[in-house]
Design a protein around this ligand. Structure first.
Ligand SMILES: *[C@@H]1O[C@H](CO)[C@@H](O)[C@H](O)[C@H]1NC(C)=O
Length: 207
């Protein structure tokens, strides 16, 4: 197997110098490009060797979460309450802030299985449109991620079809998480302000 012997020869170089690491990496990159069609039958083995040879310690994995968020501002048991409002509020509501403890469910119906809670603040941060600043922890209470949470800090222009918000961290199994959330409103009552929002969340983790 001439290909294997070439790749293994990289290990003869001293391991603890930057130059040799980058040389190893270049050599392997060249081999990857030149021989990618030849090594298909043994890709798993080659990949392991590469990880050891250049101390490539972390490999990212992505977790996709899908759930529905219910924001209830009306009625006797609101899940979001107004906590601040300026004296002269412009039509957009600029300056108004809410604290939420919104249920997250598996399906679009509020009665479907509870999978988590969205706890945090949203505030109208635009003078002209309803664009929110979201500072929210999404804590999960179901399955593998029970007790783990992700933190979102982002901009939410609520009348856009899809809003993207960054995940800036997490806890538990989501420790050191990065990623993004895509929010799409599936139901909105203009009279009460109540809404159901579908979330597709992509969390990247280093293992
Ligand atoms: C989630 O974790 C809590 C605390 O450990 C536990 O009481 C609860 O039963 C768990 N829920 C599920 C659905 O596993």
């Amino acid at each position: 197997m001439p290909l294997y012997s070439t790749i293994f020869s990289c290990q003869w170089l001293p391991k603890n110098s930057m130059a040799s690491s980058s040389l190893n990496y270049s050599l392997l990159a060249v081999h990857l490009v030149l021989f990618s069609t030849l090594i298909k039958h043994s890709f798993g083995t080659f990949y392991e060797e590469m990880a050891e040879g250049i101390a490539l310690k972390s490999m990212d994995s992505t977790i996709h979460l899908h759930f529905y968020f219910h924001d209830i501002v009306s009625g006797k048991h609101p899940t979001a309450v107004k906590i601040a409002q300026p004296q002269d509020t412009p039509p957009s509501g600029f300056g108004t802030a809410f604290m939420m403890d919104d249920p997250l469910t598996e399906g679009p119906e509020p009665t479907s299985k509870l999978v988590g809670k969205a706890q945090g603040i949203y505030a109208i941060a635009s003078q002209s449109l309803v664009e929110l600043l979201m500072v929210v922890n999404y804590e999960f209470v179901e399955g593998k991620y029970n007790g783990s949470s992700i933190s979102i800090l982002g901009r939410n222009p609520v009348f856009d079809d899809t809003r993207e918000m960054p995940i800036v961290g997490g806890s538990g199994l989501f420790r050191l998480a990065r990623g993004y959330a895509l929010a799409h409103t599936v139901w909105f009552d203009p009279n009460t302000g109540d809404a159901t929002v579908e979330y597709n969340v992509y969390v990247m983790l280093s293992s």
